[in-house]
Design a protein around this ligand. Structure first.
Ligand code: TYD
Length: 206
């Protein structure tokens, strides 16, 4: 298989994820890699429409299970329309959030448990990341960093929800130490970028 390389970023709200994604994208592009940057939920026309539906604060009646299916639906489309084809062409795909978000937010945060993993087996279709960067920041600090912004439907959830999401991420990190690199997101931008870059280079040289 002439497969590319699939990297995902995870972390709670306000963990500095976008900044680190931008830095990694620029450095890989400068080294000559063909990089495709995408995000979840979204990344294709259909998935972006599903995103609007999920995040709209007006949809306060949405059932947790509906939410889990919608994230998985957006993911199924993104995997088949964009991620798999790009990897088959040997590109590096960087995705802002992926299936670990559903495990952390829907399985742990919403308390839906194992159902979320089951649904997502079909959505992901064997297309798992080679590397997942988890930016770890205490949820109270994260919510402080996004305090000034308008909040979407998920960001509006309670502190207790975000605490459970964070604990979910820590469990995932423990379960998949080979795939998930947990990074302390309270470090400086430069420190974090270096830690990420070291791991990415190590893996890509292989
Ligand atoms: P976004 O604005 O992209 O958040 P961020 O900048 O923090 O990445 O909104 C995505 C929101 O959706 C975010 O709060 C996390 C949540 N989410 C889930 O609950 N489950 C999922 O499977 C995914 C991909 C995201």
């Amino acid at each position: 298989m002439n497969r590319g390389f699939f990297i995902t970023f995870e972390g709670g709200d306000g963990s500095g994820k976008s900044t680190q994604i931008g830095i990694l994208r620029d450095s890989l592009t400068a080294k000559g890699y063909d990089v495709v940057l995408t995000r979840e939920p979204g990344g294709t026309e259909i998935s972006e429409k599903i995103r609007e539906l999920i995040l709209d604060p007006a949809n306060s009646e949405m059932d947790d299970m509906t939410e889990a299916f919608l994230y998985a639906a957006a993911r199924a489309q993104l995997v088949r329309q964009l991620i798999k084809p790009a990897l088959e062409e040997g590109k590096v795909v960087i995705c802002d959030r992926f299936v670990d978000s559903s495990i952390a937010y829907q399985a742990y945060g919403r308390g839906l448990g194992d159902a979320v993993g089951v649904i997502n087996t079909y959505a992901v279709d064997d297309c798992m990341p080679d590397l997942t960067i988890l930016l770890k920041l205490d949820p109270e600090k994260g919510s402080g960093r996004i305090a000034g912004r308008e909040h979407d439907r998920i960001e509006q959830a309670s502190d207790e929800f975000h605490r459970k999401v964070y604990e979910g991420y820590l469990k995932l990190e423990e379960m998949y130490p080979g795939r998930i690199l947990g990074v302390d997101a309270s470090g400086t931008i430069q420190e974090i970028a270096e830690e990420i870059s070291l791991r990415v280079e190590g893996l890509m040289e292989r």
